[in-house]
Design a binder for this molecule. Structure first.
Ligand code: IPE
Ligand code: IPE
Ligand code: MG
Length: 234
């Protein structure tokens, strides 16, 4: 079994990318949206099980209203534009988060695409929108409590937005080395990779290279190597 099957990306650096080119921040978001399409297709071609993309955090709601509403419109356009490709590639699409603040039309588009693709067996493409790791954890606690379920790691994982959720590799673009409230539970044993490349410049080549390189990392999960055990018993 391949060691990197579930990948998550913090798609950061759009605003700085645009500002460095003396353009408004939103221009960076437009370019970034096109990159999403290429990277998802590559993830699908590579045969990954899932790709979870951080598109809009709970904290991002506090940005200026013009940028926030632009991002909402961009999501809507993305859903219209990408539907065909998602269906053709047998991708299963789902949005994770509390995105109830979106307008009715966009909410409908999301649920239509989720329904249309729910039986698809290819890449599980997850879009984290209105997503916060802490609020996801609290939501899962409340869910277990309401259903009077035993608090176990297994039940807890199932109560998250996406029940099949452990991440093997977390990539962050844009140069910062932090998690910014993303998938706090799911990255417990993820490999981390930070690249200085801003999201609008992130290419399918760099993506494939990162996966290839991190696949070679030795993931020990707290254990020790068989080789070391042999050495110890000598
Ligand atoms: C990431 O890019 C996209 C979102 C958070 C919506 P940013 O908008 O955070 O870009 P920088 O980090 O300011 O460059
Ligand atoms: C993280 O980027 C959120 C997304 C990429 C959607 P931010 O730009 O919001 O993170 P901080 O503020 O630098 O931590
Ligand atoms: Mg940022």
């Amino acid at each position: 079994m391949k060691s990197i099957q579930n990948v998550a990306i913090i798609m950061d650096g759009n605003g700085r990318w645009a500002q460095n080119r003396f353009r408004p921040r939103i221009w960076g978001h437009v370019r970034g949206a096109h990159v999403i399409s290429n990277i998802s297709e590559r993830a699908s071609d590579l045969g990954l099980n899932s790709l979870t993309l951080y598109a809009f955090s709970t904290e991002n709601l506090s940005r200026p209203e013009a940028e926030v509403s632009f991002l909402f419109r961009l999501l809507d356009k993305f859903l219209i534009r990408e539907e065909k490709k998602i269906l053709e590639n047998n991708i299963q699409f789902k949005v994770l988060g509390d995105f109830s603040f979106l307008n009715k039309k966009t909410l409908e588009r999301i649920s239509n695409l989720e329904n249309k693709t729910k039986e698809n067996t290819g890449l599980k493409l997850r879009f984290a929108f209105g997503y916060g790791g802490r609020s996801e954890i609290l939501r899962a606690c409340k869910k277990l409590n309401e259903n009077q379920e035993e608090i176990s790691e297994e039940n807890f994982s199932k109560a998250l937005y996406d029940d099949e959720s452990d991440i093997d590799l977390l990539i962050r673009t844009g140069g910062d080395q932090r998690i910014s409230n993303f998938l706090l539970w799911q990255i417990a044993y993820a490999e981390l990779f930070f690249t200085k490349t801003p999201w609008p410049d992130f290419t399918t080549q760099e993506f494939s290279q990162i996966i290839q390189d991190t696949s070679k990392r030795e993931r020990r999960f707290g254990q020790i190597l068989t080789e070391s055990i042999k050495e110890m018993s000598l």
